[in-house]
Design a protein around this ligand. Structure first.
Ligand code: DGL
Length: 279
């Protein structure tokens, strides 16, 4: 029996922790009618240091949980999980067209806007070692030129509140000054934490390099997929129906410090609920 998906069902969004809230924020800004259920796997973060097999298993379990919560679409708001878990999530949920990862929309964007130019990518060790950006961009343009650099200090640095200050600018300059990234035309921020340091990265390059914040590109992609499937929610939210109040933010391990840090990623206060799907 096939069940009909309704426009009013929520969008599920997940990440290894709270960094994916930058994607959730971009989606709710662009699509304020949509209800979201966000799941941050704080019990297992950081994914950037885990094996591909472990990340795949976590991703499948979370996606199945979001499907069980009646989500009409699932957004893998984590580069590391998109690299290691996307195929397995598509297979296990059977929601192929309605599973969005954060890598393909960025790959499509650079091929369209920076054709045959030199593209840099920064991300976690796992994302960079998977070579996923180069592979997906090459699939669209076999003669593309992609260089990648792991910048593992940036995510914990941001979580500790070090951004927009001298220390963060020094660390950023030291990574971006590496010869691997020389003479690039565009840089993909391949980690959901990095939109918070976009301005500092842009400052390093000036106007010569486009710094690509994939959270905005992913939000536009989510909108077009929902439009294509006629699944955009037309209901105008009110605080009595499911306006912002009914947005759900779930983590697998709650701490007050996660809740406080969430604010910097979502740009407003977030109430986290703990739910351990592994129990
Ligand atoms: N949010 C993850 C990503 O986009 C990075 C954080 C982690 O290592 O868990 O890759």
């Amino acid at each position: 029996m096939t069940t009909t998906i309704k426009q009013t069902q929520p969008i599920g969004i997940f990440d290894s922790g709270i960094g994916g809230l930058t994607v959730a924020r971009a989606i709710t800004k662009l699509l304020p009618n949509e209800q979201i259920i966000y799941f941050g796997d704080t019990a297992h973060m950081p994914y950037g240091e885990k094996s591909a097999e472990a990340i795949k298993n976590y991703s499948v379990k979370i996606a199945e949980f979001l499907k069980f919560k009646n989500c009409k679409m699932i957004v893998i708001a984590c580069n590391t999980a998109s690299a290691a878990g996307y195929k397995a999530v598509v297979k296990s949920t059977g929601m192929k067209d309605l599973i969005v990862n954060v890598i393909d929309p960025a790959a499509q964007y650079v091929v369209k806007n920076h054709y045959r130019q030199k593209i840099g990518v920064i991300g976690t060790k796992r994302t960079v070692s998977s070579n996923v950006y180069a592979k997906r961009i090459e699939a669209l343009d076999p003669l593309s030129n992609v260089v990648q650099l792991a910048t593992p200090l940036l995510a914990p640095m941001i979580e500790e509140g070090f951004y927009n200050n001298k220390i963060s600018q020094t660390i950023i300059n030291s990574y971006l000054g590496k010869s691997k990234l020389s003479k690039i035309d565009a840089l993909i921020l391949g980690c959901t934490h990095y939109p918070l340091v976009k301005a500092e990265i842009q400052k390093f390059y000036g106007k010569s390099v486009e710094v690509i914040d994939s959270s905005e590109i992913v939000a536009l992609h989510v909108k077009s997929v929902l439009e294509k499937h006629q699944l955009l929610n037309p209901t105008v939210p009110s605080k009595f129906s499911f306006g912002k109040k009914a947005q759900q933010f779930i983590v697998s391990d709650y701490t007050q410090s996660f809740e406080e840090t969430s604010k910097i990623f979502f740009d407003e206060k977030v109430k986290l609920k703990q739910y351990n799907i592994w129990e």
